[in-house]
Design a protein around this ligand. Structure first.
Ligand code: NAD
Length: 245
């Protein structure tokens, strides 16, 4: 029970990596609050509750400042604290530079970068007051290396790494750690759009020769959210089968 009685928000927790994080955190004793736009979030939360964990689903967009602040206030009123924020929600709108529209650029910046900023800004006053906090945000190995067709996405993921380093400097004195986690190619709905032949090419470039499962990434989030990582802040933990080295 590495997260016993901790209160954790997991954005984008309805499916994919966020669902694996929500399930693992609940197994480890955390109260898990899932924020997502997909109604699938209630299935995920119900599944956790059925297995004896504690989870809630709220339909909240990470781009909606007012809804985020209201939800954070409500969690604090009901549970008295917010220990962990997992900024996991993310989207892609892939196009090569010349073909990328401003709408595609803005959509990805809004969710992946502004969303992380808004959610973190909302929880930090409560974490400061408690003298404790764990913030872990979803980067990607493409935030370190760039990627063909992902001008918008790779820029946001590099930005998430830089924000974690900045928050480490600003928030360390309040007992708050801030880290980024960079998954590699992980089998979720997000990568389903990739043609099968291209998936095989990607896998061959991975030293471990296989894609990650969501749980492989969730274990990294668990470590960074746990007390075992109390002296770890400002890093980007890469879990990508050895691609970034
Ligand atoms: P996914 O598409 O399966 O899940 C993302 C979740 O975020 C979805 O449930 C979606 O509804 C939610 N979401 C999207 N916009 C939202 C919003 N405005 N407000 C609240 N929730 C919103 O993706 P995934 O593969 O599980 O990815 C999770 C995170 O990991 C993302 O940030 C992604 O960029 C990152 N990542 C994924 C991979 C990969 O290969 N799958 C690799 C590197 C990084």
């Amino acid at each position: 029970m590495r997260l016993k009685d901790k209160v954790a928000i997991v954005t984008g927790g309805a499916r994919g990596i966020g669902r694996a994080v929500s399930e693992l955190f609940a197994q480890e004793g955390a109260v898990v609050i899932i924020w997502d736009l997909l109604e699938e979030g209630s299935t995920t939360a119900n599944g956790i509750n059925t297995k004896g964990g504690v989870a809630e689903f709220h339909s909240i967009s990470v781009t909606d400042k007012e809804a985020i602040h209201a939800a954070v206030g409500d969690i604090h009123t009901r549970y008295g604290k917010i220990d962990i924020l997992i900024n996991n929600a993310g989207i892609t709108r892939d196009k090569t530079l010349q073909k990328m529209s401003l709408d595609e650029w803005d959509a990805v910046i809004d969710v992946n970068l502004k969303g992380v900023f808004l959610c973190t800004q909302a929880v930090v006053p409560y974490m400061k007051e408690a003298g404790y906090g764990r913030i872990v945000s979803a980067a990607s190995n493409v935030g370190l290396r760039g990627n063909f067709g992902q001008t918008n996405y790779s820029a946001t993921k590099a930005g998430v790494i830089a924000m974690a380093k900045t928050w480490t400097m600003e928030l360390g004195k309040y007992g708050i750690t801030a880290n980024a986690l960079a998954p590699g190619f992980t089998l979720t709905e997000m990568v389903e759009k990739i043609p099968v032949e291209h998936m095989e090419t990607i896998k061959k470039q991975i030293p471990l020769q296989t894609a990650a499962q969501p749980i492989d990434i969730a274990y990294g989030y668990l470590y960074l959210a746990s007390d075992e990582a109390r002296y770890v802040s400002g890093i980007c933990l890469t879990i990508d089968g050895g691609i970034s080295r």
